[in-house]
Design a binder for this molecule. Sequence first.
Ligand SMILES: Cc1cc2nc3c(=O)[nH]c(=O)nc-3n(C[C@H](O)[C@H](O)[C@H](O)COP(=O)(O)O)c2cc1C
Length: 378
Amino acid sequence: MRGNILGERFVVVSFGESHGRCVGVVVDGCPAGLKIEVEDLQRELDLRRPSNTLISTTRREEDKVEILSGIFGGYTTGAPICALVWNRDVRSEDYEVIKDKPRPSHADYYARVKYGGFNDYRGGGRFSGRITAGFVIAGAIAKKLLLETLGIEVIAYAIEIAGVRASGFTLEEARKSRYLNEVRAPTKEAAEEMKRKIIEARERGDSVGGIVECTATNLPIGLGEPVFDTLDGDLAKALMAIPGARGVEFGAGFKAATMTGSQHNDPLILRDGVITSEKNDAGGIVGGMSTGMPLVVRVAFKPPSSISLKQKTVDLKAIREVEFSVPGRHDPCIVPRAVPVVESMVAIILADHAIRAGFIPPVLKPRDSGSGDPRQHL
Ligand SMILES: Cc1cc2nc3c(=O)[nH]c(=O)nc-3n(C[C@H](O)[C@H](O)[C@H](O)COP(=O)(O)O)c2cc1C
């Protein structure tokens, strides 16, 4: 029943449940010598917290990160890093009803069957969006590692919510604007319209879906290990682990199926003597390897399943169909809170592959080597 470990060399172990004591992560394989302050992790976690009660859940968690191991004197030591946040604003009584009345399109019923009724169902347990707090902690470490060693920057934003699509922006504008609005959109205009749609859905007791786009720049050529550990394959696996994710596409994505070869091909060109491609419909990955062009990946999120409108389910005690509306506090749209989570998953996979391909060494820069470089004594 394993399934909580991601990565080969930058290894992430996720633990915790929505209404258990904590959620967190162990990161094993992070090189020694990376400067990490608790604020580096906290800043990212704060971006994942619910922003505003009109567009997100009213559950209020402080999400103060605690680092338990692996960082000493402000630097990673090379030992496993364990970090977590405590669960405090828990109202488990809201969830007594779902014990025997599984919520439609949640994992409640299927987990009960799979784990023989032993699973922690409170607040969705292991299947809750809350576990992504751990993903974001690991992602913050990966992002810092990528930026400081290779200058790789990972930037995500809400490109679409409830059918409202943001357009006409540059990556630089997206980077600046996305955290200036609550829905994490790349433009102010799109943000206002998206927010309106979320509030309307919430007022109707319903929810809406959308798409997060993520771009990573400065990738070297050759991240990804064909044929089974390809970069796109591993990214898709990590991104599909985010609760509520329904699809992943790279570059032109599903639109490629309607294009001709001459439209879709990215011609190779020389720019200032460097081989590159004229455009990037591949989204920065060909043959499972990074091409050196920006990585462009999009993740579709479903409308959250917890809605206050009445729905049908089966009462598992009485074995009869009943109508109920989902209790508890919920996000009417996952997308705004998923933006830092998508960034994190992309960074984790890029860090893993950068270490695998030898672009990042096990020690970033020796602080001191005692009586000399130990390799000289070999
Ligand atoms: C940050 C975040 C917050 C979420 N909040 C909610 C929520 O409030 N209500 C809800 O129904 N689903 C929410 N989800 C999604 C559910 O956890 C998810 O849909 C459910 O566990 C079933 O898994 P699946 O959709 O991946 O199949 C959230 C997901 C994330 C990433």
